[in-house]
Design a protein around this ligand. Structure first.
Ligand SMILES: [Zn+2]
Length: 431
């Protein structure tokens, strides 16, 4: 098959189509892509890196199977998910939990744990990771529970296996998530199995500050970065200041997820707390869909949104990212595994601009995850998502299912849908 001349790209002749296409496929040139700033460009790749971004129609010729026509698509940095729970994902129908707040969700989840084995956890985690990849997310950081019944490491074993299976298609980072019930030795075994970070949820412990210090000491001993569930409540303890002060000057990156409590503080106190966050360079993860669901059940009137203090954090220069947290499990019954859903919620519930919202689920997330810079810029990693739509507004609003996903310069997922809608006869001629 001969490719059309670059200056007349026409409809995308991208091969036989996703249904029969064999992937992954290395890509050398992306043609006629619209960038978020409106520029129409060709993007030249060199292996897993973006080599050049040039005006559309000017990239050199290449073999047809190594090019992708993106007329009508907007090209973004591929999203990264900074806070998932792949071990919990897609368990809603199995557990059939009551709806409710964080405490209720934890109860339902813990009661279900004895039924899960490594293969069952791996099956759900794999399905969920691939669903996220198909939507464009090429890197995921997943917290994985140290389980309270049976072998506490079943989830870790499952996820280490899934990480290995999917290597080459997406990057998976694993966080050992325990609390006061998990002795140091279980964290140590998790590290030996290959987890990447030490996690925890000290705000839910009997002694939040004591539990925080225990987790940090474990991380220091294991020489691993830290990612803590932090202050996930509207009026509970405030542990983030202690997290910031205790890790100041650390070479290992430190992340604080949720930080719901931060969004409830009066401005003066908030400014002091954010100064501590910035001084320690904590990475902040906002999780709108899950916090909107789990928070505020005790406030039937003027229900708070439960998001962290997004605008003040951004204005203070903190590293901020956003993710989805849970998908279809006791902590969140819904979710489309799509970073564009998170971006849309950041606009609606967080009052961020479209540009800020996309930045939080792409470049911001990669920064918090300590991943190299990616996107359609020379020298950046070729982690890319093309979505049908002209510009960020249409892309975030419609979240069109037509997508191309590139990881390390290779096309790893392609989706195209066909829609046929009846028209009144009087409009047939206009169609
Ligand atoms: Zn979480």
């Amino acid at each position: 098959m001969t490719a059309p001349a670059p200056q007349h790209p026409g409809p995308p002749p991208n091969g036989p189509g996703p249904a029969s296409e064999v992937l992954p496929r290395p890509i050398e040139v992306l043609r006629s892509a619209r960038l978020a700033d409106g520029a129409l460009v060709d993007v030249v790749l060199a292996g897993d890196v973006v080599a050049q971004v040039v005006p559309a129609g000017t990239a050199p010729a290449t073999a047809p199977e190594a090019e992708l026509y993106l007329t009508g698509y907007t090209l973004l940095t591929a999203p990264a998910e900074p806070h998932a729970h792949l071990d919990k994902a897609l368990s809603w129908d199995l557990i059939d939990p009551p709806m409710g707040d964080l405490g209720r969700a934890v109860e339902s989840w813990v009661a279900h744990q004895h039924t899960m084995d490594v293969a069952e956890i791996a099956g759900r985690a794999r399905r969920q990771a691939l669903a996220m990849l198909a939507q464009g997310t090429t890197a995921v950081r997943s917290h994985v529970d140290l389980l309270r019944t049976g072998d506490p490491l079943r989830g870790i074993r499952a996820l280490v296996g899934v990480r290995e299976e999917l290597a080459g298609l997406m990057d998976l980072q694993l966080v050992a998530l325990g609390n006061e019930w998990a002795p140091d030795s279980v964290y140590e075994e998790a590290a030996a199995l290959g987890v990447d970070l030490v996690g925890g949820a000290p705000h839910m412990a009997e002694d939040p500050i004591g539990e925080l210090h225990r987790a940090l000491a474990i991380a220091e001993r294991l020489d691993l970065p830290v990612d803590m569930h932090t202050d996930e409540s509207l009026d509970g303890p405030l542990t983030i200041v202690e997290l910031a002060r205790s890790t100041r000057g650390w070479s290992r990156p430190v992340t604080a997820g949720h930080c719901v409590r931060l969004g409830t503080l009066p401005p003066e106190q908030l400014a002091e707390v954010i100064a501590e966050v910035v001084a320690s360079d904590l990475g902040i993860v906002s999780l709108p869909i899950t916090n909107l669901y789990l928070q505020g059940w005790e406030h039937p009137v003027s229900t708070p949104r439960g998001l962290t203090a997004l605008r003040p954090l951004l204005e203070a220069g903190a590293r901020v990212s956003a993710g989805a947290d849970n998908v279809r499990d006791p902590f969140n019954p819904v979710g489309r595994s799509d970073a564009l859903e998170t971006a849309s919620l950041l606009v609606t519930a967080g009052h961020l601009t479209l540009t800020e919202a996309i930045a939080l689920v792409t470049d911001g997330a990669r920064s918090v995850m300590s991943l190299p810079e990616a996107g359609p810029r020379p020298g950046a990693r070729a982690e890319l998502l093309a979505v049908r739509g002209t510009g960020l507004g249409q892309v975030v609003a419609e979240a069109h299912p037509d997508r191309y996903v590139l990881h390390a310069g290779r096309l790893v997922s392609a989706s195209r849908v066909t829609t046929t809608t009846a028209l009144p006869t009087s409009l047939m001629e206009l169609a």
